[in-house]
Design a protein around this ligand. Structure first.
Ligand code: KIV
Ligand code: ZN
Length: 509
């Protein structure tokens, strides 16, 4: 049996630290459930001390998601660790992940602490965490820029205090693969007691080397990789889970290692994370980008048709990318609809099924063939949503090259019908202004992205908007065969999320 590399997913913690990303509890739960289906070993669900919202998110994941270790991040301080434990105590397998920086630059300028004080604080933190749970991870922040001898002393001390995993981050993405591999080898050789702990790495992507560095570390003895779906995270992000996993799999003859990941869930997970965070995946992104398995040149196409492996090192179906089959149309019944969803892994019943089916029928009236990707988009828009305070009843737009764009909007606001009208610089602007008048809510638009769910001029349009409300950015999405309707739906969706967030915050205050 090949040795195992543990996959520690930090999409919900480091990934959520991506600029402009903020997930509500429902969204965190959806992602966490999908990560469990993907079969990651550890889900880092958040940083409970950071905010009440973070605490609730971590707690919800710990209470609901089974079959996986749930970790919470805590600085090396008693209040942080206590709060982390409070959030994860109901998890099936709880882990406290505590950290302090060990590089001179961080100790001098950020912490203003001596080496000895840092060492002592790290040990105290691990002991405190150990009082709560046997599964304790210690991270030496900015480890790669630390003095390796001092780092080894800290790691030996925290292992003696009970840390079961020790993590060596390249916090600022500074390392080169050969250097990082060598660094891990030195740590393994220079740390007494290291065999009692799992050695982990956590690489940032500032120089585009996070995956390469993680693999170099694994080659030199690391057995846990911290990563995020689509590589999202602070600044340029973290090592991309899908790339690490597929590199280990595709080149298994080189590494002789395995992960527990169900690779067929990779593509779906990537799409879910992209949809809910509102962070698009670049077209040429390895493994999950739109172009990752497309062959444009005639020579390549010819080769692939003759023998797939001439130009494809991974079979797309291995990561869950299957050619979009034309599945359903407007004559398809409820039974066929439900069966197809079941085949795609979605078990819908009752109200959820009704809602999704109604939306499917509406779309099937305007688009002849509804593909699997369309179905997923419909689900994103219906069942994967927060409760609707606002519902779009209708949108009428008057526009053209010689008229001032004008929108009439009909909304249900908590069940009551409201209509309003507005002009704008363009049809979307007019629609958004009409919605703002009808709801009495107005926010700064941070971004507006339009995408086609599938190819063809009859493709469904998917619009993602981000708006800012004080210090938070919210993401909304709308899908329709009509671009303007999709735009209005996206805006209504983001308003629903803001109201939902306000209500949950009030409930917990
Ligand atoms: O990048 C980093 O060092 C981190 C630690 C908290 C693990 O995210
Ligand atoms: Zn990080």
């Amino acid at each position: 049996m090949p040795e195992r590399v543990y996959i520690f997913d930090t999409t919900l913690r480091d990934g959520e630290q991506s600029p402009g990303v903020s997930l509500n509890i429902r969204e965190k739960l959806q992602i966490a459930h999908q990560l469990a289906r993907l079969n990651v070993d550890i889900i880092e669900a958040g940083f409970p001390f950071a905010s009440a919202g973070d605490f609730r998110g971590v707690q919800a994941v710990a209470r609901e998601v089974r079959g996986v270790t749930v970790a919470a991040l805590a600085r090396a301080s008693a209040p942080d660790i206590d709060r982390a434990w409070e959030a994860i105590q109901d998890a099936e397998q709880p882990r406290i992940h505590t950290f302090i920086a060990t590089s001179d630059i961080h100790m001098q300028h950020k912490l203003r602490m001596s080496r000895e004080a840092v060492l002592e604080t790290a040990v105290e933190a691990v002991k405190r965490a150990k009082g709560y749970t046997s599964d304790v991870e210690f991270s030496a922040e900015d480890a790669f820029r630390s003095d390796v001898e001092f780092l080894c002393r800290v790691l030996a001390a925290v292992i003696a205090a009970g840390a079961t995993t020790v993590n060596i981050p390249d916090t600022v993405g500074y390392a080169m693969p050969d250097e990082f591999g060598e660094f891990i080898r030195q740590v393994l050789e220079g740390t007494p007691g290291i065999e009692k702990a799992v050695v982990s790495v956590h690489c940032h992507n500032d120089l585009g080397l996070a995956v390469a560095n993680s693999l170099a570390a694994v080659r030199n003895g690391a057995r846990q990789v911290e990563c995020t779906v689509n590589g999202i995270g602070e600044r340029a992000g973290n090592a991309a889970l899908e790339e690490v996993v597929m590199a280990l799999y595709t080149r298994r003859e080189k590494y002789g290692l395995t992960t527990g990941i169900r690779t067929e869930e990779i593509y779906r997970t990537s799409k879910l994370v992209s949809t809910l965070t509102g962070m698009p995946v670049q077209f040429n992104k390895a493994i999950v980008g739109k172009n990752a398995f497309l062959h444009e040149s005639g020579i390549h196409q010819d080769g692939v048709l003759k023998e797939r492996t001439t130009y494809e090192i991974i079979n797309p179906s291995l990561v869950g990318i299957n050619p979009s089959n034309l599945v359903l149309g407007k004559h398809s019944g409820r039974h066929a609809f439900r069966e197809r969803l079941r085949e795609l892994g979605f078990e819908l019943r009752g109200d959820e099924l009704n809602q999704a089916f109604v939306r499917f029928k509406e779309l099937a009236d305007t688009k002849k063939h509804i593909t699997d990707e369309d179905l997923e988009a419909i689900l994103d828009e219906t069942i994967r949503q927060v409760p609707s305070t606002f519902e779009l009843e209708y949108l009428h737009i008057f526009t053209g090259t010689t008229v001032k764009p004008t929108a009439v909007i009909g909304l249900l606001i908590e069940g009551e019908f409201v209509q309003d009208v507005s002009c704008g610089n363009g049809p979307v602007d007019a629609a958004y202004k009409a919605i703002e008048k009808a709801t009495g809510r107005k926010y700064a638009l941070v971004s507006y992205v339009i995408d086609a769910v599938t190819g063809g001029t009859d493709a469904l349009a998917s619009v993602t908007v981000k708006v800012r409300d004080e210090d938070r950015v919210y993401t909304g999405r709308g899908v329709s065969a009509d671009v303007l309707e999709a735009s209005a739906r996206a805006y209504v969706n983001v308003l629903n999320k803001i109201v939902y967030d306000e209500k949950t915050r009030k409930q917990h205050n």
